[in-house]
Design a protein around this ligand. Structure first.
Ligand code: WT7
Length: 644
């Protein structure tokens, strides 16, 4: 077992008791607990009810009005922080910019003025498809300033996926860039937007930030250069106060059906939770340099690159590009250059950097670091130890943070601010204050220590999503029916004898590829939409770097013939339908897919065969197929033709 990350071991159990009693206290009267934190934000009108809980729908700080951009920027320009750096930005090509809170405020206001000039009003939606440049958070806050709910689509999604999201929320504006740099190449973002907008009549204007300067087609009347619009915009727009329950953003994420889920976050509750968790988990002070490496296209970036650090007036690093470009020590160079003190990243990144050995980090001064964070998937002990020893030099606690797009912010994590408990490699330790978590069996009964079950959250928390956009029924069904009155996140978990939580991966048909969430059904739908494919079954296969990769079993239509070329074509088809993040690593051509009598694909079988492992005891398969049928199906798969 590792040591406590700077904490003398003999003090560890004392700290645990201290932390747990604080945690218990928060649950005694959670409403006043959260109200106290909420009063640290700027409100126009104070709420008259902290929580309105009409299961499974929660409304936080009801009656209160506030504005997210006011809380994130206006607050600071009235103080010395006006000249403090909000962002230290580094482009992949070496360009650097420092943006102070004062400058940031001005840009947010000018873009809000641009949106106003387009005639956008509170409630209109905006989509973003951006590279990692400071204009990305600027655009998010400009929307928030006017009460325009936005949806960010990660730049690794295809035009088809972007169009689907734009159409679902009926975005009127798309904010993008001429491109962005990735491994020395230009990401053609504008062309993707053009293809997506072609099929999206709701979009009236496209705002294009000039990042690369290469030539991109601009459509007269629809497309506008960011800098030209900004030159004519006013530098102050009053923030529009919105209800606490006003939609701040929609973030689409994968579930168990083909259609992505629009996770809808509120303004008040979300901001309060983001504000509190940032402080508890990262314990940042004014002189810290904080770097959350996540792309803003994912929830980690929304909460911990944009809203939470800005509300706290922190200085954050944003790096545009690939972690190993031009050399695999790029990240360590950045930590050294900006004297990063808090680093928050994903296990997949840690594992890929670990692969390059200890010499590269050793060539850099990493002594500025004091807290290390991890998020996105369970962190394996080897990666944890390397992060702790080689990056943190054995002095930085690792905050392993469990949460989800739906939860809005961190739910289970050590808390250096409130009292650091002894760390255990691979455990996210304990729920944060105000969060009541449990591990339950199939029937929803709390499980004793060391038994694997399902993680549940037993009461609402402020960061909790309000619903699935335009689909409250699916919201209820996916998250609240499996265990009545308990929130079901879809994760396996276990508690050990000391009560530590161990998150054990997804319990549903969601795959985590390099920390990105993908639904098996989503990839299957993409494959089946190809004319040569009759049926497809997809599973995650364990991978030493990415955590999981995608394996696809495909049954072709009669006329189609298996070949490497067809396999490549199918991969390109998935890229076109979803994006490069969803491309299967391998495709097998099977004569038949293992199905139950009622026609359901036997997922456990697919998964086991994909992993190349043991199928396990066939007699316990709950699928309505006979053991023989399953055995035959397995043999069928195992003899399937693999292509590369
Ligand atoms: C799923 C949520 C939350 C931001 C990034 C991912 C897995 C996340 C951990 C962790 C074990 C983790 C869970 C969760 N997960 N953090 N520290 N330990 N598993 O957001 O795409 O919504 O995915 O990521 O399975 O349900 P997301």
């Amino acid at each position: 077992m590792s040591d406590a990350g700077g904490l003398p071991l003999e003090k560890a159990s004392q700290h645990r008791e201290q932390y747990l009693s604080l945690q218990r206290d928060s649950l005694r009267d959670p409403e006043s607990f959260w109200a106290k934190i909420a009063s640290q934000l700027v409100w126009h009108e104070k709420w008259n009810k902290v929580l309105l809980w009409d299961p499974p729908f929660a409304q936080w700080f009801v009656g209160g009005t506030l504005n997210a951009s006011e809380n994130a920027v206006d607050k600071h320009v009235k103080s010395w922080r006006k000249n403090k750096a909000a962002y230290l930005w580094e482009g992949e090509n070496g360009e650097r910019r420092t943006i102070t809170y004062g400058e940031f405020h001005r840009e947010v206001n000018r873009l809000a003025s641009v949106f106003q000039n387009f005639g956008l009003r509170k409630g209109d939606t905006v989509a973003m498809y951006m590279p990692l440049v400071p204009e990305f958070p600027i655009a998010m806050l400009a929307c928030a300033r006017l009460g325009l709910p936005f949806t960010v689509v990660f730049s690794g999604f295809s035009a088809t996926a972007l169009a689907e999201r734009i159409q679902d929320c009926q975005a009127k504006i798309v904010v993008t860039a001429d491109g962005g740099y990735r491994r020395g190449k230009i990401l053609e973002l504008k062309t993707v937007v053009d293809d997506a907008v072609k099929e999206s009549p709701s979009v009236k204007h496209v705002v294009v930030f000039r990042r690369t300067g290469h030539v991109v087609p601009m459509i007269e009347g629809r497309d506008h250069w960011w800098h030209e619009l900004m030159a004519k915009a006013s530098s102050y727009v009053a923030p529009v106060p919105v209800e606490s329950t006003h939609l701040l953003y929609i973030l689409y994420t994968s579930g168990t059906t083909g259609k992505p889920k629009g996770v809808a976050h509120s303004t008040g509750g979300y901001l309060v939770f983001a504000y509190a968790t940032q402080e508890w988990v990262f314990d940042a002070k004014d002189d810290d340099v904080y770097w959350c490496t996540a792309d803003i296209g994912w929830v980690t970036g929304h909460t911990y690159v944009v809203f939470a650090p800005l509300m706290h007036g922190l200085t954050s690093v944003i790096y545009e590009g690939a972690l190993d470009y031009p050399r695999p020590d790029r990240w360590w160079e950045i930590v050294e250059r900006y004297r990063v003190s808090i680093l928050y990243t994903a296990p997949t990144a840690i594992r890929s950097l670990m692969r390059y050995g200890d010499d590269l980090p050793k060539q850099h001064h990493l002594d500025s670091l004091r807290i290390l964070g991890s998020v996105g998937e369970p962190i394996n002990p080897a990666a944890w130890q390397w992060y702790f020893d080689v990056i943190g030099h054995g002095r930085c606690p690792i905050v392993d943070t469990w949460w989800q797009t739906e939860t809005g912010g961190i739910m289970i994590s050590p808390s250096p601010r409130l009292g650091l408990v002894q760390l255990k490699a691979g455990s996210a330790t304990f729920p944060l204050p105000g969060v009541e978590a449990d591990v339950v069996d199939e029937k929803g009964n709390s499980l004793p220590p060391s038994e694997k079950g399902f993680l549940v959250i037993k009461r609402p928390w402020p960061g909790m999503f309000m619903t699935l956009y335009n689909d409250p029924e699916r919201y209820r069904q996916v998250y609240w029916t499996r265990f009545p009155a308990l929130y079901y996140p879809g994760d396996y978990a276990m508690r050990d004898a000391e009560g530590y939580f161990w998150l054990l991966g997804r319990a549903d048909e969601v795959i985590k590829v390099a920390g990105h969430r993908l639904g098996t059904k989503e990839v299957e739908d993409a494959l089946v939409s190809h004319p040569s494919v009759a049926e497809a079954a997809v599973a995650g296969k364990p991978d030493p770097i990415k955590g999981e990769t995608i394996v696809a079993f495909v049954m072709l239509r009669k006329m189609a013939i298996p070949s490497n070329q067809l396999s490549e074509e199918l991969k390109q088809h998935v890229r076109k339908m979803i994006g490069p993040i969803a491309i299967p690593e391998s495709i097998y051509f099977a004569r038949a897919l293992p199905k139950t009598r009622s026609g359901k694909i036997m997922r456990r079988v697919i998964k086991a065969v994909a992993a190349g492992g043991q199928i396990g005891d066939l007699s316990t398969l709950e699928d309505d197929a006979s053991v023989d049928e399953v055995r035959q199906a397995i043999e069928g798969l195992q003899t399937a033709e693999k292509t590369t």
